[in-house]
Design a protein around this ligand. Structure first.
Ligand code: TRP
Length: 323
């Protein structure tokens, strides 16, 4: 059985793009019986950016509630909060001492911000070693990541190999599992949906808020109601198709091409698919967010399981180093 492990930064409530593009496929992978799966919320990594305790906690809860609302089964996946496993920071220190400073200066996470060095903290600089520790601490075989994380994973493999070479076989050298971008979800402005672009749809929002966003933010042309319209260039149709699926998407495309069906109708249908299609998940998300003690209990259970593995691997590392 292969151990797969992945982490999610906690930067707020996941949006539609996260849910369809990353969360749903990751849950499928985790529920595959051929895998032994670990999934955690990287709230120590978030500290490189967020310094407000209430915000840090809230973001973690929102991410946890979203995963659970979308069906993550914690009896099949070890689901935990990174900061609940302090072993990871000890391992990160060791790894830092085995990795060249000059290679760290090449990490995108640091380089992208290095134009304004006064904004860069030491944590951001050694971010890749904390990520390596996240992975190596659990003897993970495979790490599913998006393309933007491939360099970090390469550094993980590199530091594991350096340590093994210097101190004798200690770490499993993990392999990447690149997410085939199953679904590219457009944002409300047509560019890829992303929090930093402010073009997201939050499926957990109340229907009235969703309606406002859809009506105000999705632009359409001024083709009169009766005229034929081109679905392929319309964000409202692309989003509808991504959510409702191929068959319903094609049905809407035909209506648009036929004429007599306006952009307003399309927006109304889009809203309805989101409101109805995710009603169960929205209720479950709200229920979870109203019971933070329940979320804490869920995450603590995962942390206890994670720490069992973590402490034994860390013992192995300490012994190899000679402490
Ligand atoms: N850096 C990753 C991201 O921003 C999150 C992450 C932290 C991670 N630790 C990890 C992903 C370990 C995979 C494995 O997406």
């Amino acid at each position: 059985m292969a151990r797969i492990l992945t982490g999610i930064q906690s930067t707020g409530t996941p949006h539609l793009g996260n849910l369809l593009g990353a969360i749903r496929p990751a849950i499928e992978l985790a529920h595959d019986d051929a895998n032994d799966s670990f999934l955690f919320i990287a709230d120590l990594h978030s500290l490189t950016q967020v310094k407000n305790g209430a915000e840090l906690r809230h973001n973690t809860y929102a991410v946890a509630a979203a995963w659970l609302a979308f069906g993550l089964d914690t009896s099949r996946t070890v689901f935990y909060r990174q900061s609940d496993v302090p072993e990871v920071t000890e391992l990160a220190w060791y790894l830092n001492c085995f990795f060249p400073y000059q290679r760290l200066t090449l990490a995108h996470s640091f380089k992208d911000k290095s134009a304004r060095l006064e904004d860069v903290n030491g944590g951001l600089f050694s971010y890749p070693m904390l990520m390596a520790a996240d992975i190596l601490l659990y003897d993970a075989d495979y790490v599913p990541v998006g393309k933007d994380q491939l360099q970090h994973l390469e550094m993980t493999r590199d530091v594991a190999a350096r340590f093994n070479h210097r101190m004798g076989d200690t770490f499993v050298v993990p392999q990447e599992m690149t997410r085939t971008e199953t679904m590219l979800i457009p944002g409300l402005d047509g560019a890829k949906m992303s929090k930093s672009k402010g073009n997201t749809l939050n499926v957990f929002d109340e229907p009235s808020a969703l309606k406002k966003r859809i009506n105000r933010e999705i632009t359409t042309d001024t083709t009169p109601l009766e005229d034929p319209k081109d679905p392929d260039s319309a964000v409202v149709w692309k989003l509808y198709q991504a959510i409702a699926g191929e068959a319903k998407g094609q049905a809407m495309a035909e209506k648009l091409r036929a004429g007599g069906y306006g952009w307003g109708h399309a927006k109304k249908d889009l809203l309805e698919t989101i409101v109805d299609g995710y009603a169960t998940e929205r209720d479950e998300f709200n229920r979870r967010m109203a019971d933070l003690g329940g979320l804490d209990a869920e995450l603590s259970k995962g942390a206890a399981q994670a720490r069992e593995v973590a402490s034994s691997v860390l013992d192995r590392v300490r012994t190899k180093i000679g402490y």
